[in-house]
Design a binder for this molecule. Structure first.
Ligand code: SF4
Length: 231
């Protein structure tokens, strides 16, 4: 078994060596380096990252944070992924408490009163528990998503979760992303076409107007802008 310190050093080397890698090169390196010991995260807004990953590893593990608050359409995309990519293994990471149990302990609609705690219980903790079983994870974070993501590396050491983090499409522009999506007929959440451009849990996701920052629809009206999953 490789020690954490070795993976940290590996990630630091790869951050330089793969700084200009294409998505396919980054994913091929991931599959060759980690074998079965990595997982691809998806919020099921689309299956672009899953499609790319299955090209280098058809039976890849996919992490979905099943918060209990998703739109039916989002769950529909997850189920369609199972049909379109039959070798993929979807890992539904769930909180210890159901929404009803959380309501009983903290009161209803914790997401309205304390979204930070709600995200911690329903996203951050299940994510950490799942990532603890792997040595690397792959995300769809892109530099154009938000100013805080402008310097996202292709490979890095994820200090918070203690494993290697690969962001194969970090450098993709919106045009590149949409070209891949449409030219390859990739699954996309139908809510995107009616203005939900950054999809999370239903109570915390709103439509955005054309030209607005896509992420402005997340936790609209609250100071929170991130789930706490990506630093
Ligand atoms: Fe709770 Fe909203 Fe965070 Fe989902 S996005 S876990 S509903 S606060």
């Amino acid at each position: 078994m490789t020690a954490v310190a070795d993976y940290r050093a590996l990630a630091e080397r790869a951050e330089k060596e793969l700084a200009g890698a294409t998505a396919e090169e980054a994913l091929r390196w991931t599959a060759e380096t980690f074998g079965d010991d990595f997982i691809v995260a998806s919020n099921m807004q689309d299956a672009v990252l899953i499609d790319l990953a299955t090209k280098v590893k058809p039976a890849v593990d996919v992490l979905f944070l099943e918060t209990g608050y998703h739109f039916a359409e989002t769950l529909g995309v997850r189920d369609a992924v199972r049909t379109v990519y039959p070798d993929v293994r979807i890992v539904d990471a769930q909180a210890e408490q159901s929404v009803a149990e959380q309501d009983a302990e903290y009161g209803p609609k914790l997401h309205e009163r304390d979204p930070g705690q709600c995200c911690f219980l329903r996203k951050v903790v299940p994510l950490r528990q799942t990532l603890g079983k792997y040595s690397a994870w792959v995300t769809g974070v892109r530099r154009v998503d938000a100013p805080t993501r402008a310097n996202t590396p292709i490979v890095t050491w994820d200090e918070r979760n203690g494993l290697v983090k690969i962001n194969p499409i970090a450098a993709w522009t919106d045009d590149e992303f949409n070209a891949y999506l449409h030219e390859n007929g990739i699954l996309e959440n139908p809510l995107v076409s009616i203005g939900y451009l950054s999809i999370g849990c239903a109570p915390c996701t709103a439509k955005v107007e054309p030209g607005q920052d896509p992420r402005s629809g997340r936790w609209a009206g609250q100071s929170k802008t991130e789930c706490g999953l990506h630093g």
